[in-house]
Design a protein around this ligand. Structure first.
Ligand code: 2HG
Ligand code: ZN
Length: 457
């Protein structure tokens, strides 16, 4: 078996701790966080440096052995778990945040560092890392780059690609590309960092990154605003974005999801009037943004109720109603997660139509909607549906495409949505993606079965 030879060669370079074949330990890396995507791995390989990643890929490339790069395994589209006996290349030992470059407001970080570690290092320097998401303690910086993670503050600072000043990565054949100088202006050809960001482990393995940091705003206000319906909440977004320059998040949840979060977490309802639609709004600035937010909310139509956090503890409590959706929904069994964006003008219509579109296909299925309203990004979670039943995914993604939306706002394509990429990408675009894939990974060893669609004859 080529695997045995390759694994022996890798063990010789990485030491015994670098190659794990113990079934139980390997098994903890072969199923995704939701439990929906699972597979078999030949082994778990754990390099601790860029050089070791390079050695692993050189061996695998030579032997034609497939590799699935994995960070914190918090991705939600099956992009980081093996299918048929690949090697799982776990980047968790590549830890470390270099000293913050306070002159440039940048930092260089290793791929396996958890997002929270980067955030803490930025805070110690009186700065912040712009990307934040509920899986911050487990998700790795490398994983957030490989997936171009979005998160809670995209409306203020953009997604991961907008933070990326440079990258170090190992190509499929084991060669290292490194461009970490962090020059703001550097117009010297193809943007490899931008290309690898969002490539979901199909083009190269990210080992380090140079990231920009943003000012840390101590003055913060968080409020939960109840609305009569989604259309009113969408109207509020446009108004607030015009009037409140310091907005950092506008998130939406619905009554059913809030009830589930309250039930699972033993929490009281956030708003006593129990409105059908709830929007969490956060603003942060050097000076207290509370008055700006309050006057914007007062002038908004369709508001039923408001709760304003008066301290950090209350702010965290309000955030739980939003962030705990993912955990609460998973208690109902592995959900189908469809992470979509709609044009703002179509979002309320989509939210109204999607539950019926789901039950038309599967009457027993339940639809949960929540997400980053400020970005037009809704998380459509569907429970009470078999993990491999694709019919609901199909109708929902077709509805999204028919309304001018995208089938992935932030989680990526992974295994989950590969079949539907042609709904939103033209044949010429998909051909260009295939050409790039082939150029950088000619033997097809990097994350096969992810992102780039199968060629249909
Ligand atoms: C979030 O916004 C994440 O919390 C997860 O993107 C969304 O669980 C989901 O579907
Ligand atoms: Zn999200």
């Amino acid at each position: 078996v080529p695997h045995d030879r390759v694994l022996r060669a890798i063990a010789a370079e990485l030491g015994a701790a670098g190659v794990v074949t113990d079934r139980d330990r390997v098994a903890s890396h072969t199923t995704d966080w939701t439990g929906r995507f699972t597979g078999e791995a030949a082994a778990l390989v754990r390099p601790s440096s860029t050089e070791e990643v390079a050695a692993v890929l050189a061996r695998c490339h030579e032997a034609g052995v497939a590799v699935v790069p994995q960070g914190g395994n918090t991705g939600l589209v099956g992009g980081g778990v093996p299918r048929h006996g690949e090697i799982v290349l776990h980047l968790g030992r590549l830890r470390g945040v270099e000293p913050v470059d306070e002159g440039a407001l940048q930092v260089t970080v290793s791929a396996g560092e958890p997002l929270a570690g980067l955030q803490a290092a930025a805070a110690d320097a009186g700065l912040a890392y712009a990307v934040d998401l509920a899986a911050r303690d487990t998700a790795t910086v490398g994983g957030t780059i490989a997936t171009n993670a979005g998160g809670l503050h995209v409306l203020r600072w953009g997604g991961t690609r907008q933070q990326l000043m440079g990258i170090e990565a190992v190509l499929a054949d084991g060669r290292v590309v490194s461009h970490l100088g962090g020059l703001v202006k550097d117009n010297t050809g193809y943007d490899l960092a931008g290309l690898l960001c969002g490539s979901e482990g199909t083009l190269a393995v990210v080992t380090r990154a140079r990231l920009r940091l943003v000012p840390r705003h101590e003055a913060r206000v968080v409020a939960m605003v109840g609305f009569v319906d989604v259309a009113a909440a969408v109207g509020a977004v446009a108004r607030w974005r015009r009037r409140v320059a310091s907005l950092t998040a506008v998130e939406v949840v619905l009554a059913a999801g809030v009830d589930l979060v309250c039930e699972v977490g033993g929490l009281p309802p956030p708003l006593a009037s129990r409105p059908p639609v709830l929007v969490l709004v956060e603003a942060a600035d050097r000076d207290d943004p509370t008055a700006a937010v309050a006057s914007a909310v007062e002038a908004t139509d369709g508001v039923l109720d408001v709760a304003v956090a008066t301290n950090e503890r209350e702010a965290a409590a309000l955030w739980r109603y939003r962030e705990d959706h993912t955990l609460a929904i998973n208690t109902l069994g592995p959900p189908h997660k469809l992470d979509v964006t709609l044009p703002m003008a179509a979002l309320a219509r989509f939210a109204a139509e999607v539950p019926d579109a789901v039950t038309a296909v599967e009457p027993g299925a339940r639809t949960w909607l929540f997400g980053h309203l400020g970005d037009g990004n809704l998380h459509v979670n569907v429970t009470d549906l078999a993990p491999d039943d694709d019919r609901v995914d199909d109708v929902v993604l077709r509805l999204v495409a028919s309304l001018g939306g995208s089938i992935s706002a932030e989680h990526g394509i992974g295994r989950a949505k590969r079949r539907w990429l042609d709904l939103v990408r033209s044949p010429a675009e998909i051909d260009a993606m295939r050409a790039i894939k082939h150029a950088l990974d000619p033997r097809g060893i990097l994350n096969p079965g992810v992102l780039v669609p199968e060629r249909t004859a």
